[in-house]
Design a protein around this ligand. Sequence first.
Ligand code: M6R
Length: 587
Amino acid sequence: MCGIIGYKGQRNASEVVLNGLKALEYRGYDSWGIASLSSELDVVKDIGKIGKWMIEDIDLSKSSLAIGHTRWATHGGVTTENAHPHYSLDKRFAIVQNGIVENYQDLKKELVQKGYNFKSETDTEVIAYIIQEELKDKELIEGFRSAFSRLKGRNAVVLIDSVSGKIIGARNGSPLILGVGDGEYILASDASPIVKYTKDVVFMQDNDVVVLNDSYHIINSVTGEEIDREVSHVSWDIKQAQKGDYPHFMIKEIMEQRTTVADSIAQEKDAVMEIANALNGAFGTYAVGCGTAAKVCLAATYAFSSITHKHINFSLGSEFPSYHHFLTDKSLLLVVSQSGETADTLEAIEVMKKRNGKVVSLVNVMGSSIMRQSDYALLNNVGPEKSVCSTKATTAQLAQCILLAYAAADKYDEGMNLLKDASNKLNLMLNDQFCNSIKKLACKIVDWESMYVLGRGLNYSIALEASIKIQEVSYIHAEGFAGGELKHGPIALIDKGTPCIVFVANDDVKEEILGNAMEVKARGGYIIGVSPEDNSIFDFWIKVPDVGDASPIVNIVPIQLLAYYLAVEKGCDVDMPRNLAKSVTVK
Ligand code: M6R
């Protein structure tokens, strides 16, 4: 949800910021803007994506400091006025923001009474004027701190000041990372625009304010105390954050699953066992995530039931606060999140922490808020996932949940062998012939307005996940159901030829799900069977390897491919689907 960036150093700051915004664009792409300080503070902004803009086309002079923003609209429509950066009224400074100021209406009322005239509908403009008010009787940093402390909600703000030539950044709930280069500093919502210049970063923490001048210093926004934060080294490579020869990040990331499942389980055994023991020792475990990560959580409940014989509960991140009555200091939250910044998931952690329960997280982004707030964390280890549509992080998280279920059942080695075998077989499955067959299927069904997906047991969650994949990138209406639920209503939707994907693993619900497929076929549905074995019920067979309990991993991949080819066939913007953003940092 919005990407923010600030740069101070010897390079052309506007160019660094422009390129940085391109790297951050997956976080939001409704509009963009840059503020740069040369002889005066200039702001350039526009609606739409920044992708095609070149520095030569942007009317900004060379400078050594600039800030930028790429927006996912929350307060106010997609207009140039609402695009960031927003100037202070006196144009002394400009700011960009990622987050939501929950008390912006109260603050705005106060400012209007004081005579401030608003040009946009954003909560960001409120921040600019609150800071301006504070600067009436305070120095810049003190005024900024004081204004920042008045903001409610999860926010990260970066300010560029024309008087002092400083850049100031602060975070409270929304991510902000400082890249520490040789005489240059770059602040950004994530590491993707930073790694080109430096891999040394400081993961800023809540209430940290960083001031960039000839060097940097961090202070606490409330007390003003100096803080010494550790400089970490990020291992992500710039190439991992680029498309290379692939036309889209989504297909690149799907193909990377040839190796990422193996990478995800390459963890210290002790770390896995420590988490497994925490899971075994907990009384009341909740697997919590949002969107695709939630589907992984649902799969985890089945995996723990069948492999560990342990009941764990499932909740969507946004619904978890309603369970607070049941939480104690023995409760445990198993959190799944690619970005590690999802607001609804973070709120679930806050709720758990209030009851002194423990938090285990499976996250992809090192240093993310969720990782830092966890008692135990496993990194997904798949490198940056840039396509809004999650693919390689999903299979990594599924593999980690299955490994944890085996480890908690004291069968760590068995789990490792199973997952290594699944990874090898997935690698062999993802060949050109396989991809071409899915592409042909996509061409055949692309004109259907609706499609359905069925699964049972461990693969029920994969049916739900498959439907998200198709919806979000191809905009085709797709719905996932538990096979047994069909006859209770959804079967009325089946018409002659309606595409229906059915996951048929070699497991104890195989006969039942085949029976459900038969019910659809009897009503004229077109059955796409995802299974290790062909069956006369299938009109189209997607052959996947037989990998036992790891079937969700190999089953979802062909549907990721199908969603991709459907989207390409329809001419959709695959990596940046309409209305979405990669990292959902608002509730
Ligand atoms: O970063 P997270 O894993 O916490 O994100 C959760 C969801 O927003 C995310 O999985 C979303 O559903 C994806 N766009 C799905 O592909």
